[in-house]
Design a protein around this ligand. Structure first.
Ligand code: SAH
Length: 243
């Protein structure tokens, strides 16, 4: 396969720093993922990042950087809430093919891409759901069923916790990948975290020089059950975050 060797080496080396050794087959998958993303993006508006190096760093490496939380295990049941074009869930699944991964995305068009790309890459996702988190989180087969809940660039933290913590089983974690100064966002979410049954464990900086911005992982433990009234009806978490 012919592709930009330098970028792939960069991906390989950076993943290595995160403790993942990608083999050739996995690197090929990332390359095909890139090509398909760009092709489908012409019609589907999946990402505004289309330059090769940038896709590698801002989508692939940034997704893989969640590994730095030191939390993911091969056997974990994981849900990616608002996965869009598959981030961070799919890069993690390429790295850890045994994850039991559920992708949740409200926009049907994006789900068409997700079904296509998982098939092309031969990735076995447990399920791809087209719906809103506010609805799915009330269904018993998903509510408090996951070891790890992920969500990137879906909502600010005060709203994101309501869309994610209901999916976390007690003893599970929600890991949010954030960039820039998040002090205020975090402090505004503390009340919601508490009400929803979570507890802020730590904010862990990701120190990977290949990532362009200051990144950090907000790690929230689920310590008690989420009250039945959460999440509130679709749109409410963002319109009126718990404060
Ligand atoms: N996580 C991806 C996409 C971010 S864009 C990434 O980091 O690249 C946010 C995505 O979340 C959009 O695709 C949008 O359709 C989806 N989304 C927003 N609110 C949602 C909700 N309440 N339930 C499910 N998906 C949602």
């Amino acid at each position: 396969m012919s592709y930009n060797k330098t970028s792939m080496e960069k991906l390989f080396n950076s993943a290595q720093k995160l403790g993942i050794t990608l083999n050739q087959e996995q690197l090929d998958k990332f390359h095909i993922f890139f090509q398909e993303l760009i092709e489908w993006n012409k019609r589907f508006n999946l990402t505004h990042i289309t330059e090769y190096e940038e896709v590698i760093s801002k989508h692939f490496l940034d997704s893989l950087s969640i590994i730095a939380a030191g939390q993911l295990k091969d056997t974990d049941r994981v849900i990616d809430v608002g996965t869009g074009g598959g981030f961070p869930g799919l890069p993690l699944l390429i790295a850890y093919p045994h994850f039991k991964l559920v992708l949740l995305e409200a926009t049907a068009k994006k789900v068409i891409f997700l079904k296509h790309i998982t098939q092309v890459l031969g990735l076995s996702v447990q399920e791809i759901i087209t719906d809103r988190a506010e609805t799915v989180a009330h269904q018993p087969e998903y509510r408090e069923q996951f070891d790890i809940v992920l969500s990137r660039a879906v909502a600010e933290l005060p709203a994101a916790v309501e869309l994610t913590l209901p999916f976390c089983k007690i003893g599970g974690v929600f890991i949010a990948s954030k960039k820039g100064d998040i002090t205020q966002e975090v402090s505004l979410s503390l009340k919601g975290i508490d009400i929803l049954g979570g507890k802020l464990r730590e904010i862990k900086p990701v120190t990977l020089k290949e990532l362009p911005d200051q990144r950090q992982l907000v790690i929230i433990d689920k310590i008690k059950s989420t009250p039945v009234q959460y999440p509130r009806r679709p749109g409410m978490p963002e319109k009126k975050p718990i404060k």
